[in-house]
Design a binder for this molecule. Structure first.
Ligand code: ZN
Length: 287
């Protein structure tokens, strides 16, 4: 029951993430093409949600996460305009993120031996949950527009820094201060950030852009060492495979047309949530 509650909470929060994505698109600044697609956002902010196409006010039965989309057969109830599959997918994924992030902290929270450690555990949970939601926004936005928005990635980096500092503090409370937990995340962040900066400079921004550098810096902070290695590996390999398949299918002409961010984020989540198994496999296979 409790896990179902967490999942449904995630679904509802996913609706909010869709609104944030819409807000980013309507405030895309110089990028007119993105802006045009979402020019009705101010109506959105007016309190009630509107259909972006016919501007008809939506009521609660149009706004139930996932379920509304399925029962309306992906069309607006009033103008029959298609509703993007992005809406239910983001909601579903936010539900899964809530569930997996909660399970990730379950033992730390339930086995906390003092209120102080319980507070630390819950704060870490909230921080990581927020970072993961921001990463989902980056995932969708980069996939759609090939841009990693600063408005999302900078706050995510600040939260990841807080998460890292809190983890050091918690380890200090447990009395097991170690080099791996204190310094490796920062070293990993600067390591991969520097590597991507080098690749971007050498290729004059063709292989990867500034957004990718910020994203891998965030990954380093979250994952530390050696977990950053399999995350990168998964990102590079899946990106290359999908890229080659799309080029063969004739859907894309150049590697540079395919955004790299979503693959890196997929690698981050796989390593974060299945860390021990993935790292063990990676180290056995490659080192
Ligand atoms: Zn409509």
């Amino acid at each position: 029951m409790f896990f179902l509650f967490i999942f449904i909470l995630g679904l509802l929060f996913g609706s909010f993430l869709n609104v944030v994505i819409f807000w980013l698109e309507s405030n895309a600044g110089e990028d007119e093409e993105i802006k045009l697609g979402a020019k009705n956002f101010r109506k959105h902010l007016g309190g009630r949600s509107f259909c972006p196409s016919c501007k008809h006010q939506l009521n609660s039965k149009d706004l139930i996460p996932v379920i509304s989309w399925v029962f309306l057969k992906a069309r607006c109830r009033f103008c029959k305009e298609k509703i993007s599959v992005q809406y239910p997918l983001v909601e579903l994924f936010t539900g899964l993120i809530f569930l997996t992030t909660f399970l990730y902290f379950r033992s730390e929270i339930f086995s906390a031996i003092s209120y102080w450690l319980l507070a630390v555990g819950i704060t870490k949970l909230v921080l990581l949950l927020t970072v993961n939601c921001l990463l989902l926004i980056v995932f969708v936005y980069d996939l759609k527009h090939k841009i990693i928005p600063d408005k999302i990635i900078y706050p995510a980096i600040v939260l990841a820094l807080s998460y890292w500092l809190l983890a050091i503090g918690a380890n200090y409370l447990y009395g097991n201060i170690s080099l791996a937990s204190s310094l490796y995340p920062l070293l990993s962040a600067f390591g991969v950030g520097g590597f991507f900066y080098f690749l971007a400079t050498v290729s004059d921004g063709k292989w990867m852009g500034g957004g990718d550098i910020k994203l891998v810096f965030l990954m380093g902070l979250l994952l530390g060492f050696p977990n950053i290695l399999p995350a990168m590996f998964i990102g590079f390999i899946s990106g290359a495979v999908v890229g080659v398949v799309l080029i063969i299918l004739g859907k894309k002409k150049l590697q540079s047309e395919i955004p790299f961010g979503p693959f890196l984020i997929a690698g981050t989540w796989i390593t974060l949530f299945w860390g021990d198994k993935v790292v063990e496999w990676y180290l056995r296979a490659f080192l």
